[in-house]
Each structure stands twice: as structure tokens, then as C-alpha cells.
Design a protein around this ligand. Sequence first.
Ligand code: 7TS
Length: 404
Amino acid sequence: MFNINNIRKDFPILNRKVNGKPLVYLDNAATSQKPQIVIDSIVDYYSNYNANIHRGVHSLSQEATDVYELARKKIQEHFNIKESREVIFTSGTTHSINIVANGYTKILEKGDEIIVSAMEHHSNIVPWQMLCNRTGAILKVIPMNLEGELILSEYEKLLSAKTKLVFVNHVSNALGTINPIEEITKKAHEFNAVVLIDGAQACSHIKVDVQKLDIDFYVTSAHKMCGPTGTGMLYGKEELLNLLPPYQGGGEMIKEVTFEKTTYADLPHKFEAGTPNISGGIAFGVAIDYLNTIGFTEILKYENELVAYATQRLLEIEGLKIYGTSRSKTSVISFNIGSIHPYDIGTIVDKLGIAVRTGHHCTQPIMEFYKIPGTVRASFSFYNTKEEVDVLVSAIKKAKMMLQ
Ligand code: 7TS
């Protein structure tokens, strides 16, 4: 049973005050808070079995390796990934995307086309622009409508035999739109294009089955899923990962090294050079267990109710405009009030203990589309409450009075 009071007790930070007021944390799209069980798993690793992995004959190293590899298994099962070697530990979504973008340097040819969507985070735009610069490939953009939905008829027009790669986020961090990734993938596959889905904003709300959706690459960050920063995942179908050269050279990614020639290790180690974030990987697995114990059906149901309530309450404020009104959306509400600068609203509500993000949210093309400098973004998690929404709404009313 979903019990909000018990859930909140799992997160020690939710008890603290900020600027003398109880913390109301509504910046979950930037990073989620961490339950005690995840924090404990990091302390436990460093207190009890800290050792380097995959290399020691000694017991401590074996133990650390086993727990780390168990975390890989948990990730594999959670995303219904066929083989554990298709799970690459990375430092996060940005790192995962860069591994793939770098890998396609030798595969793409001049004139090949790459499609991204109009609502990508900069980390799902810039690496592909850099790839285009290296290869002479051309970047095309799926446009969106005013509600913040991708225009799929335009996407279909962009697809052709020249399309090699398609990159779309599962959920937009600035608008909350849930994109129809199954349909996008199916259409791309009709042209033999490879699809990468940026799941950074989706994985804390939606359980993803990469085999059912037939996704080629799926990337995410642990820190958005109640896990620690500095850890993430690159999932890729084995045959695609095998085509890519390693991203970094170093220890643990080799089979044999001589001064004449190096041969590379098999998956997943080919992409995991050097000592990884061991405690981070372990805690990522614990975070996934934690989310599954609460249950994704329960999480989504609760969050949908919360966001519906927050939307209704925020719209009581005269002049408040929400950006991102797709029928299919999750826990993000981006808004402005008249010509008041979002930064000013963010600063005033912070004095009242409320954490929201203001600015362009690393999605400048979206801001350009709406012709605005930025938005105030309240992003919700399953540990937020309707009472916190009420605190936000009164704080914003107060800010509006002060700023108008
Ligand atoms: N893709 C999306 C959709 C994101 O929302 C983010 C981070 C990233 C990629 C990059 O993730 P990282 O873990 O590698 O940094 N988004 C945000 C945000 O909305 N506010 O702060 C970070």
C-alpha cells in the first residue's frame, strides 16, 4: 500500500528547514532526493567492503565485485534487458550519450541524416552536432506544437533512406511531455534507422521495458531515480554496441596490450575503462529495488493526482501560463506569470523554503520556440504532497504581489 507518511520518513532531507521554513523540494527533475536505504548502502560499502573490483584475487575485492555485478543484474531485470553485458555503467545520461555519439564517428558518412526532437535537453543535442561536425552528417529536427507535443506527421516526412539515427527523450524535462517512443521507434525502424531514447526524466515515473519497445539504445541517470550522482546507464542492443569502438582507453577495457597493438575486452567492459564509481553502481541497484518496492503503478497514479491538483491550483493565479499542456504528461509544471522574470519568482519562493528551478532548463530551443527567457519549473516526485502544493501556490501569490 502507498503510504505517503511512511514514504516521507524514508527521506531524511525532507525533515530539514531552509531559510527557517520546512523544505518543500520541487526540483526533482534536476535531481531526486535519496532514501536512507540508498545512503546506507554507500556508507556500508566504504565501511565494510571497500576494494577495487574485477581485479583482486582477495576476498574483499571478490565481495565488492559480486555486489557491483548484482547491481548490474538488478538494472538488467528492471529494464527487461536481455543480457547483463548490454548494461554499461556510465557516469550518467550525458556520458552515455557521448559514448554513442563518439562511436558513430567512423560509421556515419557525409550526407547521412540524424533526427532529434525540438524538445531535447542540450545533452541530447550538442553531442550530435559535434558528431555532424566530425562526419558531415546533417541534423534534422522534429518540430512540436504549442501544447508541447511532437508533430509526428512532420517526423514521418523527415524519415528517409538517408536517416541513420533518431534521438528523442522519453519525457521532456522542461515540459513534462511523455513522448510516444514506441511509435517513433517503429517508424524509424521501417527505414533501418537506429533509435536512442533519453530516459533521464522518465525512469523515476515509468517502468520501461526496452525489449517490448524494441529500443536500440536507452540512457538514464541514477540520480534522477533516488540513486546517487555520478552513476548512470547505457543500454544498447548487443549487436549495436559491438559495432561501436570504445570511448576511452585504459585499464579493465582491454584483452591484451602490447606497444604494437591492443585488443579490447568484450561487453560490457569495453566501455568501462578505469575504476568505476563502485559505491554509486551499488547504490543505483538499491534505488531501483526501493522504487520497485513502492511500485511504479502506485507511483504514477499518485503523481498524476498530485500534478492534476497542482495544475488546477496554479491556474487559480491570474495571468499564470503553463508551458507544456500535452494530454500525455508527467510530473513537471513549467510556467510564467505575465512579464515577471522567472528568476525573481524563484528567489522569493526560495526564501519561503521552496526549491524550484528557474531558467531555460538546458533546453534553449524550447524557450526560443515560446519566445520566453525561461520558466519557473516545479517538478514533482512521489514523496511530495498536496499540502506542499498549497504552500507553493501561496508563495507564488505572495511573489506575484511583490513583483507586479
Ligand atoms: N536528458 C534529460 C531529458 C535531462 O533532463 C537531463 C538532466 C539530462 C539529459 C542530463 O542528465 P545528467 O544526469 O547527465 O546531467 N536534466 C536536468 C534538469 O532538468 N535540471 O537539471 C538537470
